[in-house]
Design a protein around this ligand. Structure first.
Ligand code: NIG
Ligand code: FE
Length: 412
């Protein structure tokens, strides 16, 4: 049967208003169409039109809460090696920037990634992806940026695409060729950007790129170099994103806003004028508390200002070996609330509705007719529990693109 009806559930539609940001519908029901992979109807069970019920396979959700599938909108999931030795150095007092400047940091992951075969990268990345998926994630963004030359950037993006074929998840790929300067280009950043532009065209032609990102930072690329990449992306019709104001205020957000960036990510050093520009451009602020925590940062992103300006805030894992070796989006909900003082409602919107927007995906992130049938049934008493626990995953069932995709505990 192609149509499914969930009864005896509560819905967090993520389409609320000021007094009810999550758009909660207790005693709800939801119909989705398997073949079309789309939600057909969502609302209070008492309002369900009887003609819609006819012909549906019925699933009693036994009081579960239903949310949209979670979206991790910023990861660097495909990489070789690990950086536990660097972690040790940092605990002995070295800073992330010092390690990067002395040839460690991202460069050491680049060496390990170049060395790894596609098969080895796939195996390691699959294990990381499975951790994310076990928590109800149904869409994951994966950036390149640890290959830094055509064959290896292509290898990583292909592995990312393969992950999406092997598991019930929608993978969105972002080209981050301008992540760091590879050793063979030491002292020649502009020449490396020339190379990035060539890679961009080539990998785009291979259908491997959904969006383009740059690490705009003193240990990354300057504004001019960033703009060259953005211009090239726009010529190809690709949307842009930016690693902006993570370690210093480079005024990257204003540049990103000029290019109608989907998102600016990190933002600990975002200035008030940069925030204004994001608001005007409708750019999403992606907050990455895992990196803030792991690098023991002390400067918070200007959450109050983002809130005041109505800038949509997303939350993501930033899964990567150097600044956020974490594969749990639920822990990000906790950290978003505890470290960044987000409300639980803001945090939950940050891994659903606003995360979808950070990827330019208008078809998901909320429970509404016509949206993708990416759903999670949670065995919890209230959605706030998802932010409250630390390291506890409630029982859950996942429906991805209209199909049951596994879970734990009682199936509906
Ligand atoms: O998002 N800031 C740049 N990129 C990553 C870190 C990469 C790394 O250290 O390997 C980030 O934090
Ligand atoms: Fe990142």
């Amino acid at each position: 049967m192609s149509r499914h009806l969930l009864t005896h559930c509560h819905l967090a539609t993520m389409q609320g208003h000021r007094d009810d940001p999550l758009g909660l519908i207790p005693d709800g029901a939801l119909i989705w169409d398997e073949a079309g992979a789309a939600i057909v109807w969502a609302g209070a069970q008492k309002d369900l039109p009887s003609e819609l019920r006819a012909g549906c396979e019925i699933h009693d959700a036994q009081g579960a809460w239903v949310t949209p599938g979670l979206i991790d909108c910023h990861t660097h999931l495909v990489f070789g090696g690990d950086r536990s030795a660097e972690f040790r150095l940092r605990l002995h007092g070295a800073s992330y920037e010092e390690i990067a400047r002395s040839g460690g940091g991202i460069a050491s992951t680049v060496a390990a990634t170049r060395q790894a075969s596609a098969e080895a990268l796939l195996t390691r990345s699959l294990a990381r992806l499975d951790q994310l998926l076990s928590e109800g994630v149904t869409t994951v963004e994966i950036k390149s940026g640890y290959g830094l030359r055509s064959a290896d950037e292509g290898k990583c993006l292909q592995v990312a695409r393969q992950l999406g074929q092997l598991r019930p998840v929608d993978i969105r790929t972002t080209f981050l060729g301008a992540h760091a300067l590879p050793p063979e280009y030491a002292g020649r950043a502009d020449a490396y950007i020339d190379e990035v532009l060539v890679m961009l065209v080539d990998l785009h032609r291979q259908g491997l790129i959904d969006a383009v990102d740059v690490f705009c930072e003193k240990i990354g690329f300057n504004l001019e170099q960033t703009e060259r990449v953005f211009r090239a992306a726009h010529r190809l019709g690709l949307p842009v994103k930016l690693h902006a104001e993570q370690l210093s205020d480079m005024d990257g957000a204003a540049l990103a806003a000029r290019y109608a960036a989907l998102s600016c990510d990190h933002l600990e050093w975002l200035s008030p004028s940069g925030a204004q520009r994001l608001a005007q451009a409708g750019t999403v602020a992606v907050l990455l508390p895992g990196a803030f925590y792991f690098l023991r940062e002390t400067r918070l992103p200007p959450i109050g200002l983002l809130r005041e300006l109505g800038i949509p805030m997303a939350l993501a894992s930033d899964c990567n070996p150097g600044s956020s070796p974490c594969t749990s989006l639920l822990i990000m909900l906790s950290m978003g609330c505890t470290l960044f003082r987000l409300t639980p409602e803001e945090a939950l919107l940050g891994v659903t509705r606003h995360a979808a927007r950070a990827l330019g995906l208008a078809d998901r992130g909320v429970l509404a007719a016509g949206r993708r049938a990416d759903l999670v049934l949670w065995r919890i008493d209230h959605p706030v529990e998802l932010c409250y626990h630390i390291g506890h995953r409630p029982d859950l069932q996942v429906i991805q693109a209209g199909l049951w995709a596994g879970g734990t505990g009682r199936p509906a």
